[in-house]
Design a protein around this ligand. Structure first.
Ligand SMILES: NC(=O)c1ccc[n+]([C@@H]2O[C@H](COP(=O)([O-])OP(=O)(O)OC[C@H]3O[C@@H](n4cnc5c(N)ncnc54)[C@H](O)[C@@H]3O)[C@@H](O)[C@H]2O)c1
Length: 248
């Protein structure tokens, strides 16, 4: 029960890793406001968790929406201890096919959304010496071909994590991120475009073909550890959960 009495917000909680994280924090005692733009999935997620969860529609690309979910957690639970920024999107394709609309969508949700949520939450986290766990990716540590917007956005999440960790170090707020390899979620279930060199992708990301993929709960283990008191000396890290994919 590492999160007994704690107030948490989890984004992207309607599916996959975000759902597993929200379930884990609630199972360990947290009261969790869960956000996602998939409202139907969010209701199902809240039902799977029970009284500890409050669902709230969220678009992390929208500043007012980010401010509103943080305000809801503070109103309901008297403050905020833990923010888990898990929402994200993936968009494989040749860079020539990746027009600015597609680029902006990925970077805005994955990177700007992480910044907007952190910015809304930080005054409250400072008040409680709370913590942020961001969701980066193995693609935040190494390049994945034909995945340029996603790779750039996740490298950005790693950089943002480190900058915020230093900026808030004297105020007792820890900021870390997790860098998973492939995880069995709807995000990686879609077939890739036919005009990309999949063999080249496989060299950088062999897990994408189904080998060594993690379960969402494996990633929730790492997020919960970093969010917990057990990680009280850890801040500013990009924590790979990748079976060694990025080790060398
Ligand atoms: N699945 C993997 O292999 C893998 C690997 C490394 C990192 N990640 C990262 O983990 C995170 C979760 O991904 P997942 O695999 O669980 O995918 P998923 O598609 O199952 O879940 C992503 C969730 O984010 C939500 N979302 C998307 N855009 C949003 C927005 N603008 N506002 C609010 N919610 C939004 C979706 O509705 C969905 O519920 C992402 O940041 C992803 O980049 C996933």
């Amino acid at each position: 029960m590492r999160f007994e009495g704690k107030s948490a917000v989890v984004t992207g909680a309607a599916s996959g890793i975000g759902l597993a994280v929200a379930q884990r924090l609630a199972a360990e005692g947290a009261r969790v406001v869960i956000g996602d733009r998939n409202v139907e999935g969010l209701e199902a997620a809240a039902a799977s968790i029970g009284d500890a969860a409050t669902p709230m529609p969220l678009d992390v690309a929208d500043e007012a929406s980010c401010n509103a979910i943080v305000a809801k957690a503070v109103e309901l639970h008297g403050g905020l201890d833990v923010l888990c920024n898990i929402a994200g999107v993936l968009d494989f394709g040749r860079v020539a096919d990746l027009d600015k609309t597609r680029w902006d969508r990925v970077v805005t949700i994955n990177l700007t959304g992480t910044y907007l949520m952190a910015r809304a939450a930080l005054p409250h986290l400072v008040a409680r010496r709370g913590t942020i766990v961001n969701m980066a990716s193995a693609a935040g540590l190494v390049g994945i071909p034909f995945n340029s917007a996603y790779t750039a956005s996740k490298h950005g999440v790693v950089g943002l994590t480190k900058a915020l960790a230093l900026e808030f170090s004297k105020e007792g707020v820890r900021v870390n991120c997790v860098c998973p390899t492939g995880v069995k979620t709807p995000m990686v279930a879609a077939a890739p475009p036919e005009n990309i060199d999949w063999e080249l992708v496989m060299r950088a990301a062999p897990w994408l073909d189904g080998g060594e993929q993690c379960d969402p709960e494996d990633i929730a283990d790492a997020v919960a550890f970093l969010a917990s008191h057990e990680a009280k000396r850890i801040t500013g890290i990009a924590f790979p959960v990748d079976g060694g994919q990025t080790a060398g």
